[in-house]
Design a protein around this ligand. Structure first.
Ligand SMILES: Cc1cc2nc3c(=O)[nH]c(=O)nc-3n(C[C@H](O)[C@H](O)[C@H](O)COP(=O)(O)OP(=O)(O)OC[C@H]3O[C@@H](n4cnc5c(N)ncnc54)[C@H](O)[C@@H]3O)c2cc1C
Length: 308
């Protein structure tokens, strides 16, 4: 077999992918991990306070780095690049890396997470459109900024509250009257004097030369108008990161990978772990648990394959 042939190919180096690599390595599988950011989305977590054992919590970046180093120490093989495509032919998974080089494996775990949705508006790619208040909010510190947050759930509330610490004014723009956030967040928003809640309001465009300078909004019963803002933060949902997959596989109505109770997808030997699959919790802990289980079931699958 060639040097580029593996027992297990892992896509994604977030909590799910790193844990799968750690377990795969310990199970004796020849493993390769494709992933651009060690720790994946966890770098966006300001303070990871809900992971058992980390009694004081830690930053997501620190967590991701520690997990990555732990898997490396165990011998896991990280490329630190993305996989460009993953196909399946004659029961072998074939991946092409960024240089067009082929890598093959008898099993694969997709742990590519999910990405935030964007608004379908004019000038969608202007600078100043953000998805993470913790990461990009500090860009506006000390600038007397007015920032818009679009969304109505707990994530939108958290963005608004985070930004209210450094911005002059935060406009929380919600499409409907009904807020999807919990009562604790509703109260916190109400009590924060520099957050203005705008319900029944839709954002229909961004204007500006290079960066967003104002946004067009339509308010039910009031019509359209422009609002001057320095930046806009979107919290309107997510979609699974599956553009790499070049094979037929069953997905949920929302596009997440469907898995059985052993985390195997409809393609034999293809497993899914973490935020990319049909889970009901999008957390570091559950992603790690998925990664461990997917590696275990991939090892079981490989064992049956060689026996049978
Ligand atoms: C702002 C924010 C705050 C959060 N706070 C918390 C919290 O306090 N506690 C908590 O438990 N969870 C929190 N989460 C959720 C947590 O970060 C995720 O649930 C977790 O990171 C999911 O892990 P994952 O490995 O499934 O995916 P991810 O962490 O998203 O990792 C997937 C990685 O795969 C990469 N990838 C995609 N396509 C490819 C490809 N083709 N080839 C290679 N790599 C690819 C992606 O770039 C990404 O880096 C938060 C998330 C955000 C955004």
């Amino acid at each position: 077999m060639s040097d580029n042939h593996y027992d297990l190919m892992i896509l994604g180096a977030g909590p799910a992918g790193i844990t799968a690599a750690l377990y795969g390595q310990r199970l004796g599988l020849k493993t390769i991990v494709f992933g651009d950011i060690p720790g994946g989305s966890s770098y966006m977590i300001e303070h990871l306070a809900n992971f058992p054992g980390l009694t004081e919590g830690t930053s997501g970046t620190q967590f991701g780095t520690m997990a990555f180093q732990q898997a490396q120490k165990e011998g896991a093989n990280f490329t630190l690049t993305r996989l460009e495509s993953l196909g399946h032919k004659d029961n072998v998974f074939v991946g092409a890396d960024v240089d067009g080089q082929a890598h093959t494996a008898l099993s694969a775990i997709v742990a590519t997470g999910r990405v935030p949705k964007r608004l379908a508006v004019s000038n969608p790619n202007l600078r100043g459109v953000h998805f993470c208040s913790i990461c990009d909010g500090p860009l506006y510190r000390g600038k007397n900024a007015t920032l818009a947050v679009v969304g109505s759930d707990n994530t939108a509330a958290q963005h608004a509250l985070t930004l209210a610490r450094t911005a002059d004014k935060v406009l929380l723009i919600c499409r409907s009257q009904a807020l999807k956030m919990d009562a604790v967040h509703k109260n916190q928003i109400k009590q924060q004097s520099n957050i203005s809640l705008m319900v029944n309001t839709e954002v229909s465009g961004y204007n500006g030369q290079e960066s967003v300078e104002n946004i067009e909004i339509s308010e039910k019963a009031k019509g359209r108008k422009d609002l001057t803002v320095d930046g806009i933060f979107l919290a309107i949902g997510w979609r699974p990161n599956l553009s790499t997959l070049n094979l037929e596989v069953q997905k949920t109505a929302e596009g997440y990978l469907e898995t059985n109770d052993k985390l195997m997808t409809s393609v034999p030997g293809l497993f899914a772990a973490g935020d990319v699959r049909d889970t009901d919790m999008w957390q570091v802990l559950t992603a790690c648990a998925d990664g461990a289980r997917a590696a275990k079931y991939a090892a079981e699958y490989l064992e049956k394959l060689t026996q049978g």
